[in-house]
Design a binder for this molecule. Structure first.
Ligand SMILES: C[S@@+](CC[C@H](N)C(=O)[O-])C[C@H]1O[C@@H](n2cnc3c(N)ncnc32)[C@H](O)[C@@H]1O
Length: 239
């Protein structure tokens, strides 16, 4: 998989070369190129932003800088990803879908974001997805892109040490993962749940499912299917 990231702070993306992602680069499973948007500026100040039409605070990133940059960096068969709090939520399913792509290009915004015409224009020739990391506002797109890349690349074959481990992670079966334990059996007066020491694999699997359900119910009930509404069978019943 090839990953291109455009940013006005290319050094922000340096951690992509560390740990498992660094190993994936060394092993040739992914190729990462980070581009400085300012290389596509054409004034002495290397400006990338201007004041917003219609007034308001902050600055907007310029289409006549982003456009030529994406013309060069984003080929027609790539998927162009635009991190923005106004995008559709990024989820494990998004990461799974992106992990089947050959080429992802990420456009990191700053200030109040990027002139919308950049993506309306790009969408004439490439697939464009505007995606949010969550319901909060970051200063720039770099941290969001790092998270999205990490979530996606760890799903590629050969990136995780144990290829099965992501199949048991939170969200892979729609639930949060339950608690995990390792040695020692007793620590600061707290014991590992005895079932995990029983050696009975069926019992352990059942316990893990119960824990996952309990945790999901408590922390993320929105992930569970709606309970069957029994009153729908008897619409006239009021008590
Ligand atoms: C200060 S934000 C712009 C916020 C924008 N004015 C709005 O209200 O939707 C600057 C940049 O940070 C990035 N960003 C901020 N929050 C984000 C989020 N929740 N998900 C993805 N990217 C985000 C985007 O690249 C965005 O262009």
């Amino acid at each position: 998989m090839r990953l291109d990231v455009v940013s006005i702070f290319p050094e922000y993306l340096d951690p992509l070369r560390v740990a498992l992602l660094g190993k994936a680069i060394d092993a040739g499973r992914i190729t990462v190129a980070v581009h400085d948007l300012r290389n596509w500026t054409h004034d002495v100040h290397r400006s990338v932003d201007d004041s917003p039409y219609g007034g308001g605070p902050g600055m907007v990133m310029k289409p006549d800088v982003w456009g030529p940059c994406l013309d060069e960096v984003c080929p027609d068969d790539a998927l162009l990803i635009v991190p923005t709090p106004a995008g559709v939520p990024f989820t494990q399913e998004t990461a799974r879908r992106w992990s089947t792509e050959q080429h992802l290009v990420f456009a990191c915004g700053r200030y109040e974001g990027i002139d919308q015409r950049v993506f309306d224009d790009a969408a004439r020739r490439v697939r464009v997805e505007e995606v949010s990391l969550g319901d909060f506002v970051l200063i720039g797109g770099e941290v969001a892109v790092m998270a999205m890349i990490e979530a996606t690349v760890r799903l590629l074959d050969g990136v995780l040490g144990n290829p099965r481990s992501h199949q048991e992670d939170s969200f892979s079966d729609g639930l949060l993962e339950g608690p995990s334990y390792t040695r020692p059996v007793s620590w600061r007066g707290l014991d590992v749940p005895p079932v995990l020491l029983s050696g009975d694999h069926a019992k352990v699997a059942r316990w893990r499912t119960e824990q996952a359900l309990e945790r999901t119910r408590a922390r993320r009930p929105d992930l569970l299917p709606d309970p069957v509404d029994s009153s729908a069978d008897h619409p006239g019943d009021t008590d």
